[in-house]
Write a protein that binds this ligand. Structure first.
Ligand code: ACO
Length: 437
């Protein structure tokens, strides 16, 4: 008998099956042959939140959640954060290798010269309410970009994909900055090609009446590192949305809008906003114990703690914690850091969190830094999206080049009623159920 197989005995029939094991997985389709009777559909795996199901083969990001390891294309996140730039990292994620100097310059040049958006996009942004959440604006306007680039539909064409990837990396900061300026009732600032990727983003956010915006180099660098740390995280909720929508061969702007929508949720990219709200609500170090007790009683979660994959300290949280102090030196300290540090310490020594392996995740400290940079809470998820766009696009491209992939279409276990006779309205009697509306 070959060694790399799984023997399964179906106790309903007494039959035994040999299922091949490849890369630590069995193929779910191999279960289909296991039938209780000839007319049985065949066995399926039930996995409501994909907690133990690999939906693709990927060569982009490696995570070992138990050991707290994160690597992009084999490079440890710590080394990329220390030695690379976001654009180099984006190139690495998308092309699989770190760029040569020439490749990097050409990539940077292409991105710099695609940062402008059509003036009609400005009008869309104008149409939003004065207090519209920037993430709602970003999600809608990135979807709207698909109507400007109809060539984007040609998703199986590598050259078309290349140009859409450049456009998306280039225009996401412009859209996010426009959303921010709209929210503040300030005139939009157009891109400045003399500045770096993050320097230009800060310019589009913060330029006032000065002739030329000069970004603070510490803030510029810190933002760049934050983008690197958020650039990819394998098959998370938003990346799965990108792949799911991309699998129908929708254009990448529409798929990115779906990914942004997924990221917006408080259990994903909205968590950094939720962390700052939570720290504000706690208000002082002396109220931490009470908050922890409420969480343990099941009254809400400790935001920024816990992760589906990391059952150890999130390596990104470690880097962000250090980065926070560099930003505080440049911008002044965010007082919430004291509450956060104490909260972390208390939680990490409390059996409830220890037993469940709940450690700070990337969002625990990122919001505190963003706030110190002068950004309002509702911009945080948009900043996450700016970093993650590189990963979404790398994953989208990998999906399209993967011959094994088809349109994503999960199965279900149907537990609803069997076939019923239709009851006409006149025979339905009086309802005990509460009336809608
Ligand atoms: N606070 C308190 N308890 C928690 C927390 C938390 N933050 N996270 C998990 N738990 C508890 C659960 O109540 C559960 O306890 P039980 O076994 O007694 O029922 C146990 O830990 C396991 O939790 P699950 O919900 O099964 O873990 P899952 O992997 O589904 O959830 C998630 C992961 C969504 C990140 C969760 O930890 C959470 O809600 N965290 C807070 C939100 C957050 O910070 N999200 C950002 C994630 S990182 C990112 O997206 C970039």
């Amino acid at each position: 008998m070959p060694k790399d197989t799984l023997s399964v005995t179906d106790n309903r029939t007494g039959k035994t099956y040999e299922l091949p094991i490849t890369h630590g997985t069995i193929r779910a389709m191999d279960l289909r042959q296991i039938k209780a009777s000839d007319d049985d559909f065949g066995l399926m795996a039930y996995d409501p939140a994909f907690t133990n199901t690999a939906a693709c083969v990927s060569r982009i990001t490696f995570i070992d959640g138990d050991r707290g390891i994160l690597r992009y294309r084999g490079y440890p996140i710590e080394q990329l954060a220390e030695r690379s730039t976001y654009q180099e990292t984006a190139y690495l994620l998308i092309h699989g290798e770190l760029p040569t100097r020439q490749e990097l310059e050409s990539f940077q040049h292409a991105i710099t010269y695609h940062t402008m958006v059509h003036e009609n996009i400005r009008k869309f942004v104008d149409g939003f309410r004065y207090d519209a959440h920037p993430m709602g604006i970003l999600t809608s306007t990135v979807a709207a970009l698909s109507t400007f680039y109809t060539d984007a539909k040609d998703v199986m064409d590598a050259e078309s994909r290349r140009i859409q990837i450049i456009r998306l990396i280039a225009k996401m900061p412009t859209l996010a900055a426009f959303a921010y300026r709209h929210r503040r009732g300030m005139p939009y600032v157009y891109p400045d090609n003399e500045l770096s990727y993050t320097g230009n983003f800060l310019n589009m956010l913060f330029r006032m009446t000065e002739q030329r915006y000069k970004p603070n180099p510490i803030v510029e660098k810190a933002l760049d590192v934050l983008l690197i740390l958020h650039a990819d995280h394998e098959q998370n909720c938003s990346t799965s949305a990108m792949r799911g929508v991309g699998s129908s061969l929708a254009d990448p702007y529409s798929a990115t809008a779906a990914a942004c929508a997924a990221l917006y949720g408080p259990l994903h990219g909205g968590a950094n906003e939720a962390v700052v709200r939570m720290l504000r609500e706690i208000g002082s170090v002396k109220s931490i114990a009470g908050h922890i007790e409420r969480v343990k009683r099941g009254e809400g979660r400790l935001m920024g703690f816990g992760h589906r994959v990391y059952k150890n300290y999130d390596p990104r949280a470690k880097i962000i914690k250090r980065l926070a102090y560099e930003v505080f030196d440049a911008q002044g300290k965010n007082p919430l850091i004291d509450i956060a540090l104490e909260l972390e310490q208390i939680a990490l020594s409390d059996p409830y969190f220890v037993e469940r392996k709940l450690y700070p995740n990337v969002d625990f400290y990122s919001g505190i830094i963003y706030e110190a940079m002068g950004l309002p809470m509702d911009m945080f998820p948009a900043l996450f999206a700016l970093g993650r766009i590189a990963g979404w696009l790398a994953q989208w491209q990998e999906l399209l080049e993967d011959k094994e992939q088809k349109i994503a279409r999960p199965r279900q276990v149907y537990l609803g009623p069997d076939e019923r006779r239709y009851v006409p309205l006149s025979e339905r009697g009086h309802s005990e159920r509460p009336l809608p509306g």
